[in-house]
Design a protein around this ligand. Structure first.
Ligand code: NAP
Length: 329
């Protein structure tokens, strides 16, 4: 296991976190509470000590399940909870939009504390930049929450460096949460160097690119209900086949060069590129099995180039994660 210190927290956190979006069910075709709690307990048993969630994941459901699982597990002081704020929703209409106004954030923090059954949130992140509220004003609200002892570290998610500059006029920024995986590398150009230069920890999300990089994805896989992979352009042919071919090549490469699997390579890639913590989503206990293979080795500079070559040779029509962005009002 590897650990990292995030200023503002009184414990080191593991460089792999459990992400619980799928555990909320919404946009993942539903959830199973028993299985979800078991997954959280398995991740903790295997040594992970940081869990990421959000109020919008299942419209409160993910936070409730995380709260329940942690209550049952105990040792709350050894575990860091990262949650988010500033997305509003209408569950009946299945509508979500950005709202980082002070009143929304103040209401949400109280709701999150209740659902999570805790009296302090370790990392509190503005989920998406909201152009209708000045970033500095949003930051000031988080700074006040910190002063009141409701949160420990203020963070943002999906912000550009310019937006982080504006935010930092109103609060210390401890964490940024952008997308990052072998297939979605845009942050290498701007957000990652900005965070490294400014001492902002990165909790990068989608390490397995919604399961593509698990090594278990197949072209005949179907996704029930509202699973976002039904609308993700990477999962539509002919692109899906290109990405699966890339995964096959990456699997061969991981095996030959490191005697590892593509799932290990995917997490190692994120960590060795300089992300502080890789957020790995899971909702079945057995999905946590590959964890130990992610540590104790590194990808060489030449091999980073080789991974780039594999992508260039296999993916003719790359596409990013932009389809996930919620609207602003
Ligand atoms: P991901 O790690 O890219 O993919 C997670 C999915 O991969 C799982 O739900 C599971 O899918 C599959 N999977 C995981 N481990 C597996 C294994 N060992 N074998 C086979 N399949 C496996 O995650 P993500 O959930 O999209 O992102 C991770 C976390 O980042 C989220 O949970 C959330 O906390 C955060 N996130 C944040 C934002 C943001 O805007 N801030 C956006 C996206 C995600 P199946 O359901 O098919 O089993």
């Amino acid at each position: 296991m590897e650990y990292i210190r995030i200023p503002g927290l009184d414990k080191d956190v593991t460089r792999v976190a459990l992400g619980t979006w799928a555990i909320g069910g919404w946009m993942w075709g539903g959830t199973d509470e028993y299985e979800s709690v078991k997954t959280i307990h398995t991740a903790l048993d295997k040594g992970i000590n940081i869990i990421d969630t959000a109020p919008v994941y299942g419209f409160g459901r993910s936070e409730e399940i995380v709260g329940k699982a942690l209550k049952e597990y105990g040792k709350r002081e050894d575990i860091a909870i990262a949650t988010k704020t500033a997305l509003e929703w209408n569950a009946e209409q299945n509508a979500v939009w950005r709202n980082s106004s002070p009143s929304r954030i103040r209401q949400e923090v109280e709701d999150s504390l209740k659902r999570l059954q805790t009296d302090v949130i370790d990392i509190y992140q503005v989920h998406w930049p909201d152009p209708n509220t000045a970033f500095e004003e949003t930051a000031e609200t988080l700074a006040q929450l910190k002063g009141e002892g409701k949160i420990k570290v203020a963070g943002v998610s999906n912000y550009s460096p310019e937006q982080m500059d504006a935010f930092r006029k109103g609060a210390d920024l401890g964490v940024c949460q952008p997308p990052f995986n072998i297939f979605e590398r845009a942050i290498e150009q701007d957000v990652l160097p900005y965070c490294l230069d400014n001492g902002i920890a990165t909790l990068t999300y989608g390490a397995l690119c919604r399961g593509l990089l698990s090594g278990k994805m197949a072209s005949d896989r179907t996704f029930p209900g509202d699973d976002l992979r039904n609308v993700d352009p990477k999962f539509k042919q002919p692109r899906f086949e290109q990405y699966l071919t890339a995964v096959e090549r990456l699997q061969e490469f991981a095996k030959t060069r490191y005697n590892k699997d593509v799932v290990h390579l995917a997490i190692r890639f994120v960590l060795d590129k300089g992300a502080s913590v890789a957020l790995w989503g899971g909702r079945h206990p057995e999905e946590m099995n590959p964890l130990p293979g992610m540590f104790g080795w590194h990808i060489t500079a030449d091999d980073f180039k080789e991974i780039g070559n594999i992508l260039n040779e296999t993916i003719k029509d790359p596409v990013g994660p932009e389809f996930m962005a919620p609207p602003s009002k």
